[in-house]
Design a binder for this molecule. Structure first.
Ligand code: ADP
Ligand code: MG
Length: 233
């Protein structure tokens, strides 16, 4: 087994607020991990720490067995943690070509990645004509341009209609089936059940469950939580 990311006893305090408490997680190559929890449970903070955009208070994390400097390791990580943001009057293709230029990636990846997210037939449409779902799919294509080892997605289906949600979930499954490791933050139990093999359940920054998605459904404490929260964490 190849470890992509190892998180050990991570803590994050914002002033008096303890946003992340003693979170640990081992991410192995080829699996699809969910971080599941209600709003404010520390999902985005955890992702921000490992992506080096939020400072940890204490604890450790290491990418790829700790063999690389963080900034080198992060070149092998694709992440979408914000709303998709591209040049509105440029086409999908032009926007991705610009990303290639900035990152020093060959343009010939653009077609392949547009196909993965089902946007190849819209390659010549301007970004500002895209629905939110299409924008999100373009962001996924962009994050895949350098063939990352792992794709990190923070609530990628938020705000989408049912069809848009379905498309994004299908794309995540497709990318996973091609061998890319996935880490997906979501507040939706059904999303994690449909897409992920493994899950870290957070509540108020603390681990409530960590293991396989199958194991989660037989975990008594979790069933209680599920009943109380009516399927939507
Ligand atoms: P989630 O992504 O699960 O919704 P977050 O990681 O965004 O949770 O937030 C965890 C907690 O930390 C929340 O209580 C949130 O209000 C707080 N928080 C997040 N970012 C900041 C910040 N920059 N400053 C202060 N508090 C923050
Ligand atoms: Mg969040």
């Amino acid at each position: 087994m190849e470890t992509i990311l190892s998180i050990k006893n991570l803590h994050k305090r914002y002033g008096k607020l303890q946003a992340v408490k003693n979170v640990s997680l081992e991410i192995q190559k080829g699996n699809v991990y969910g971080i599941l929890g209600p709003n404010g449970s520390g999902k985005s903070t955890t992702l921000g720490i490992v992506l080096n955009v939020v400072n940890k208070t204490s604890g450790e994390y290491s990418w790829f067995g700790g063999t690389l400097q963080t900034h080198e390791a992060l070149k092998k990580v694709g992440a979408i943690i914000e709303r998709p943001n591209f040049y509105p009057y440029m086409t999908a293709k032009e926007n991705l070509e610009l990303v290639c230029k900035i990152k020093g990636i060959s343009y010939n990846k653009v077609q392949e990645k547009l196909e993965v997210v089902g946007l190849y037939d819209r390659k010549d449409s301007k970004f500002n004509t895209f629905s939110l779902g299409m924008k999100q799919r373009l962001a996924i294509a962009s994050a895949l341009l350098n063939d990352p080892e792992i794709l990190i997605l923070d609530e990628p289906t938020n705000g989408l209609d049912p069809q848009g949600i379905h498309q994004i979930r299908d794309i995540i499954r497709l990318i996973a089936s091609q061998g890319t490791t996935i880490l997906l933050a979501s507040h939706l139990l059904d999303e994690v059940e449909k897409v992920c093999s493994h899950v870290l359940v957070l509540r108020k920054g603390e681990i409530l469950y960590s293991g396989t998605v199958e194991g989660m459904s037989t975990n008594n404490g979790f069933i209680e939580l599920q009943a109380n929260d009516n399927k939507s964490l």
